[in-house]
Design a protein around this ligand. Structure first.
Ligand code: NG1
Ligand code: MG
Length: 552
């Protein structure tokens, strides 16, 4: 299983570059970063941690409902050069040098200023071990989730490492402290664009702090990719997003040249999915930047709540048992409806049949007795009543852990999107697998038909995101339409939406003309040439997942 493999730590450049499927371009970036680290900190880095961004090919906003998704890591990535900071014996020692685990963080991008911070000891925290409470000493880092800054993501990764490896029983005199670290970041994933620069930052930071603190030294007993995904997911919650896990899994587990089918139920599993030859994915940035901190309350986190409440209401209507405090997901509703058991998850064909059935069952969520066909959704009071829970319980289970802002909630439209999108992911995956297995659809004309089918699924996904999940925006709608006119086989938004990138499936021999036509027709791209153009629209191949290079 891909998720059970250890995090690769390379000591040999040739191995590193061959794993990356790397071009000369990569080598230049890695060298520059190491040299720049040396200039700034007066010594060579000890490690470089790499984590790629990702593009989601299909399966939007269904990972937190625990349905499988199909992203691929992209070649654009975050690199963090890092090393332990030696404490000079003689020179006057600054505050930063003194405190355990202090960090000097610099960024090659001049708009991100140098930051110095250190974790503070948390006097005493109680951890429950079975029935007992043990007092442990932990570490705290300030992260202001109202105003996210570049170093917030560095801190988020660090927090997890501190929590996992530096929490200790107060009575343990041998407890170790984190060591002081210098680090230098560079990134080629455009920020706020739906290509998961955030997950790439958090994964790279987690890896950098693990490496510097010696936690990746013993490869035979090292962290697995699956464990790193879990840590990075927890870490990303520290920047205030209740994310599903797709981005971290794609950034950590991907293999070069394949997409990755990631499922989350009953546990995280990831399997490579080869993409049909002759086609390429092109990412195009709408240049609308979705505001994560403010937008979450009315966007992402609101969708998380709507889909969870929708699942409870649906379960109730279908006679599926749900515990009072349980936050059942839409995935679990189908499972329980079909008698799925923990040890025996549904196989793909049963799940597929279940999803086809749910397309009809969701109708029970449609608001009744309203002339606009439920367009407006339901009020808080109506939603609470539909849930069958007393108000205080409802608030405790569904609203106490997340900030949302809405007068109306859309349970029907969101659930309808989720089930149909989950089915499209299975169909997309099966189409790719059929082509690679050389089944009848795998010959030339078959493979064209397969590409058409993939494109059609992507287009349907876009319509559903726009109309049912309402996570698109006018610019994304426009850009996906222009993409189809410019020859894309299919085009959709990728990532959370409300701005950021689209992904288009384009025949390999049409990439150049496709990009030129988009440049000439999408108004915000007018006049862009060369590097400025390739910043906003670029073809990408699937890349390998996160790794560490160790300098010897
Ligand atoms: P973006 O906005 O691309 O980071 C977010 C979530 C994913 C997934 C998608 C929607 C985070 C870190 N990631 O992606 O888990 O739910 O939206 O499919 O919040
Ligand atoms: Mg993100």
């Amino acid at each position: 299983m891909a998720a059970e493999r250890p995090i690769p730590v390379y000591t040999n450049l040739a191995d590193l570059y061959s794993n990356l499927g790397a071009s000369l371009n990569h080598a230049v970036r890695w060298n520059n970063l190491a040299e720049e680290f040396q200039k700034r900190f007066g010594r060579k880095p000890a490690y470089i941690a790499r984590a790629p961004g990702r593009v989601n090919l299909i399966g939007e906003h269904i990972d937190y409902a625990l349905f499988g998704v199909l992203p691929a890591a992209i070649e654009r990535d975050i690199l963090i050069a890092c090393g332990p900071r030696p404490v000079p014996a003689s020179s006057p020692i600054s505050e930063a040098h003194h405190s355990p685990g202090s960090v000097i963080a610099e960024n090659l991008h001049t708009k991100y200023a140098r930051q110095v911070f250190a974790p503070a000891r948390k006097a005493s925290v109680s951890d429950e071990v079975g029935e007992d409470k043990v007092h442990v000493e932990g570490w705290h880092l300030d992260i202001n989730t109202k105003e996210l800054r570049w170093e917030s993501y560095v801190k988020a990764g660090y927090y997890g490492v501190l929590d996992h490896y530096f929490k200790s029983d107060v009575s343990n005199a041998n407890a170790t402290s984190p060591i002081p670290v210098d680090l230098l970041v560079t990134g080629s994933v455009p920020a706020g664009s739906g290509l998961s620069s955030s997950a790439a930052m958090v994964v790279a930071s987690t890896l950098a702090f693990l490496a510097v603190n010696g936690k990746l030294d013993d490869q035979s007993n090292s962290l697995t990719k699956g464990e790193l995904v879990k840590m990075s997911m927890e870490n990303e919650k520290r920047v205030g997003v209740n994310s599903g896990g797709m981005d971290q899994a794609a950034s950590v587990i991907s293999d070069a040249s394949s997409a990755l089918f990631i499922s989350f139920f009953p546990t995280l599993k990831a399997t490579p999915v080869p993409l049909p030859a002759g086609s390429v994915f092109v990412c195009a940035n709408s240049l609308v930047v979705a505001d994560k901190a403010v937008g979450a309350k009315r966007g992402y986190n609101l969708r998380v709540v709507e889909t969870l409440v929708g699942a409870r209401v649906l379960a109730r209507a279908l006679g599926v048992p749900v515990g009072e405090k349980e936050r059942i997901t839409l995935r679990e509703v189908v499972g329980r409806l079909l008698g799925e058991e923990k040890e025996h998850e549904l196989d793909v064909s049963d799940l597929q049949k279940g999803l086809e059935r749910m397309a009809k069952e969701v109708e029970v969520l449609r608001p009744k007795g309203v002339p606009d066909d439920g367009e407006l959704g339901v009020t808080m009071e109506e939603m609470i009543e539909m849930s069958g829970l007393p108000e205080d319980k409802f608030r405790d289970v569904y609203l106490s852990w997340v900030e949302v802002e809405a007068t109306h909630f859309q349970l029907y439209k969101r659930a309808k999107h989720v089930y149909a999108e989950a089915l499209r992911v299975l169909q997309f995956r099966q189409t790719c697998l059929d082509v690679s297995a050389g089944s009848p659809a795998g010959n030339d004309s078959g493979s064209n038909a397969a590409l058409e089918r993939l494109g059609q699924l992507m287009n349907e996904s876009q319509t559903s995101c726009a109309e049912l999940f309402e996570c698109s925006c006018p610019e994304l709608n426009n850009l996906t339409q222009l993409a189809r006119k410019a020859g894309a086989i299919g085009s959709r938004l990728t990532g959370a939406g409300w701005g950021g990138c689209t992904v288009s499936l384009v025949a390999e021999d049409k990439i150049q003309s496709f990009i030129e036509q988009i440049r000439d027709t999408y108004a915000p791209y007018k006049g862009l040439e060369g590097e400025a153009l390739s910043e906003v629209i670029f073809a990408t191949r699937p890349s390998s997942g996160a790794c560490v290079y160790k300098f010897e």
